[in-house]
Write a protein that binds this ligand. Structure first.
Ligand code: AMP
Length: 456
């Protein structure tokens, strides 16, 4: 099957061809005709499956067929959990829509709002937004959502994880009754199901990868190692295997900084990206990583969400995530669009319970390896896992955290709580993050006004 069999117009086919895509991916084969029909859609798809083109191409086609937007009006609204994902969706809209005369803009917090207001004023065919900044601009009367024809919730599971549910509900109240709704989510929790039930009207359901599974093209393994020797082992693996483009996940911002510094000292070029970094620092790091100037990018889960890096060969879990579903998201960074990838996890005695949860979720045992010279101490005792809360700075592990990894617990409720803890570890100490990027609920509690833009 080719893109021209899917009913897309010539302008879009030319744009797809310019991207070098020959064949639609499974999600595109199913989503494109479904969206073109105009009905609601519930799609289970991980990043890396081509889902962005799956909703962007038919959305642009439908918009091209209708009248232009009026002043401050938005015709299609795409909500994303993070600025990076918003920027990437914006790039897709630009690339796929380059032969159509549709207008679009991307808005998120952490940057000045005036250019965003100026871009919205004449009305837009497509607005890609993070919920916090959208609500701020709406509150100030700069955007009118009463004529939205298409709503896309991209990575809806992550939006809920990040506490955006109240913001989403507020946005929904601003939209007209009659509209097309598209909901994309990598994982399906009962919360997502509840949101889908409320939002969608007799949706077409698409499920490309099995739920909570990792891509077949990713070679996954676990290195057992002592907690204190992880940094050394990572540097050794990178050097001995000559890995040249490695995305490394840490649980905390401080951990990300420390690890990047350590690797740099070993002459392995590395930078950290996380919620405390300004938008420009994150963009710079990502650019250097994509171009190959930077060998290692160290990221926290939230910062890494939505990173689109073609053919990323190596993902390393320097620490396992507290919530098993995050493992699936992390691994989704490699082995994308059919390419082969390798994902290794460095696991110490503290993390055996987390590993069990992950294996249960993905329904397979991961291969366990021990690197010669890095044999773990068989008598090592587990310690509570650091998740970045209540720290007084510095790099020392503390014992005061209640987030014990005693293992065996489900990744359901308990995992959800832990995830919130991890979330705070990425946001809580932020000095650079703009209030607009955080759920309004949290901003209200902190007494923030949400118009402190431009502080990043
Ligand atoms: P996504 O899942 O939307 O984040 O897309 C993952 C990656 O796959 C992006 O780098 C896209 O450029 C790429 N991609 C999307 N559709 C196709 C296709 N039909 N053929 C090849 N690559 C694609």
């Amino acid at each position: 099957m080719s893109f021209s069999d899917l009913g897309l117009r010539a302008e879009l086919l030319r744009a797809v061809e310019a991207q070098g895509y020959d064949t639609p991916t499974p999600i595109q084969r199913q989503a494109i005709p479904a969206v073109l029909k105009g009905g609601d859609l519930l799609a289970s798809a991980q990043t890396g499956t081509g889902k962005t083109a799956g909703f962007t191409l038919p959305m642009l086609q439908r918009l091209a067929e209708g009248p232009r937007p009026a002043k401050c009006q938005i015709r299609a609204l795409v909500l994303t959990p993070t600025r990076e994902l918003a920027a990437q969706v914006g790039e897709s809209v630009r690339d796929y829509g380059k032969h159509l005369s549709l207008t679009h803009h991307v808005i998120f917090g952490g940057v000045g709002q005036q250019p965003q207001i100026d871009a919205i004023r004449p009305g837009l065919d497509v607005l890609v937004a993070t919920p916090g900044r959208l609500l701020d601009l709406h509150q100030q009367g700069h955007v009118n959502l009463s004529q939205v024809e298409i709503l896309v919730l991209d990575e809806a599971d992550r939006m809920l994880d990040m506490g955006f549910i109240h913001d989403i509900r507020r946005v929904l109240k601003l939209l007209p009754e009659k509209r097309q709704n598209l909901l994309f989510s990598a994982t399906f929790s009962s919360e997502i199901q509840a949101l889908a039930d409320k939002l969608l009207d007799r949706p077409e359901m698409i499920e490309v990868a099995r739920r909570n599974t990792t891509a077949e093209t990713v070679d996954q393994a676990v290195y057992r190692v002592d907690r204190e020797r992880k940094r050394e082992l990572l540097a050794h693996l990178i050097e001995s295997h000559r890995w040249y483009q490695v995305l490394v996940f840490t649980r905390t911002k401080h951990g990300a900084n420390r690890l990047a510094e350590h690797l740099d000292k070993r002459n392995i070029t590395a930078m950290a990206i996380h919620g405390n970094k300004s938008q420009s620092a994150r963009t710079r790091a990502l650019g250097a990583f994509k171009s190959g100037d930077l060998q290692v990018l160290v990221a926290t889960d939230i910062a890494a969400r939505g990173l689109d890096i073609d053919e990323l060969p190596h993902v390393v879990n320097f620490e396992l995530p507290n919530v098993a579903e995050d493992y699936v998201h992390r691994i989704g960074r490699t082995g994308r669009a059919g390419n082969e990838g390798q994902a290794v996890s460095l696991v110490c005695v503290d993390e055996h319970g987390l590993l069990k949860n992950i294996e249960r979720l993905i329904k397979r045992d991961l291969e366990k390896r021990i690197e010669p010279g890095f044999e773990p101490d068989p008598n090592a005792k587990p310690e509570p896992i650091e998740n970045g809360r209540n720290r007084r700075g510095g790099g020392q592990r503390r014992g005061g955290n209640t987030n014990r990894n005693s293992g065996g617990g489900s990744s359901g409720n308990g995992g959800g709580n832990q995830r919130n803890g991890g979330q705070r570890s990425d946001n809580g100490n932020s000095h650079n993050r703009n209030a607009s990027d955080q759920p309004a609920r949290r901003r209200r509690r902190r007494g923030g006004q949400g118009n402190r833009q431009g502080q990043a």
